[in-house]
Design a protein around this ligand. Structure first.
Ligand SMILES: Nc1nc2c(c(=O)[nH]1)N[C@H]1C(S)=C(S)[C@@H](COP(=O)(O)O)O[C@H]1N2
Ligand SMILES: [Mo]
Length: 321
């Protein structure tokens, strides 16, 4: 009995649900998992301490760069906030690795400053901006949002950013602009999984213009009071809290307004499992698992999944047909 390790809540789901990428390499995935649990069994306690100090070291330079942002009292949630350390060690960032608990260790060579972001396409005033100039230009606010991954894990974190609407108003969308298409950086030397040519790199996502202009849609540059660390998609990422997490594209280099519906990474890979809209909905199961409940990373807490992740008041009107 002494040898049986009871997994913490946040360690369970990789056995319970299959991650987005599982189709790619099922055998290898299972093998990695087996090795990982054997490892934890043998070295759990000493490893945990070493791991904590390594993470503290990794986060320190980002924590040192605090961001002044007004707390927006309209966006708080009843659930307990997820611990920063938990959120920073359980990430989806396939450019680096498929293993959520090691992303933070794989981002070492990822330099997120200086960084340019281009806004182009069907706009009156296309622009290319340095991310820190953009941050100075925009009124930053802090919002506590629920976040829900399609794999059924959830978290509650304080993001710092500005509504995408504020940026779009500056570039002035033309009358025929209907969609917003976004791209992540492409640099396989830094992000080794981008060498895998079976995947449609760079990661891309899109929204309708109405979704992009919704007040909830945030361009995020910080978390827990400071600039984003790389594992969360530094220096700038999207957060659309009523949609499954894969819509919230990280480390954006380009925002293009178009009249054609953009493609999105997971829809290209598995169109039967991931659609463009990807609104959180407990009544529509994923083809391989239920979406009726979700679990909070860092605890064993389970909650019923909320339609539109609880943001129906702000967004349901977008989908009334
Ligand atoms: N470029 C890029 N953006 C991405 C992903 C990714 O692999 N690459 N993963 C998505 C998924 S599936 C989720 S759940 C969230 C995870 O964000 P977090 O690691 O900050 O919690 O990022 C999304 N954005
Ligand atoms: Mo996800």
């Amino acid at each position: 009995m002494a040898y049986i390790k009871i997994p913490k809540g946040w360690e369970i789901p990789e056995n319970q649900v299959t991650p987005e990428s599982d189709y790619i390499n099922r055998r290898k995935f299972i093998k990695d998992l087996g090795l990982a649990s054997a490892g934890t069994l043998l070295f759990s306690t000493s490893n945990a301490c070493a791991q904590n100090s390594a993470l503290e070291k990794q986060l320190a330079p980002f924590r040192a760069q605090t961001l002044a942002a007004e707390k927006n009292a309209n966006f708080t949630v009843e659930r307990q906030m997820t611990d920063e350390v938990i959120a920073a060690t359980y990430n989806n960032y396939y450019e680096f690795t498929q293993s959520k608990s090691t992303v933070w260790k794989r981002v070492e060579r990822f330099k997120t400053r200086p960084w340019e972001i281009e806004i182009s396409g069907l706009v009156e005033k296309p622009m290319t901006l340095d991310v820190d100039d953009l941050i100075k230009m925009m009124p930053l606010e802090e919002r506590i949002y629920r976040f829900r991954c399609v794999e059924t894990w959830a978290m509650v974190v304080p993001w710092i950013g500005f509504p995408m609407k504020a940026l779009l108003e500056r570039v002035q969308p033309k009358a025929d602009a209907k969609y917003v298409s976004m791209l992540t950086f492409f640099d396989p030397d830094v992000a080794p999984h981008q060498h895998d040519a079976r995947l449609p790199w760079p990661y891309l996502e899109g929204l309708t213009l109405a979704e992009a202009m919704n007040d909830l849609t945030l361009l995020v540059v910080g978390i827990y009071g400071h600039i984003l660390p790389p594992q969360h998609g530094a220096p700038i990422r999207l957060i659309v809290p009523w949609k499954y997490g894969f819509k919230s594209i990280k480390s954006i280099v380009s925002i293009e307004l178009t009249d054609k519906k953009p493609r999105n990474f997971w829809n290209i890979i598995l169109p039967r499992e991931y659609d463009f809209e990807a609104n959180v909905n407990p009544n529509v199961p994923h083809p391989r698992w239920s979406q009726a409940t979700e679990w909070m990373i860092g605890s064993r807490e389970r909650h019923p999944t909320l339609i539109y992740n609880g943001y129906g008041d702000a967004v349901a009107h977008l989908y009334e047909r």
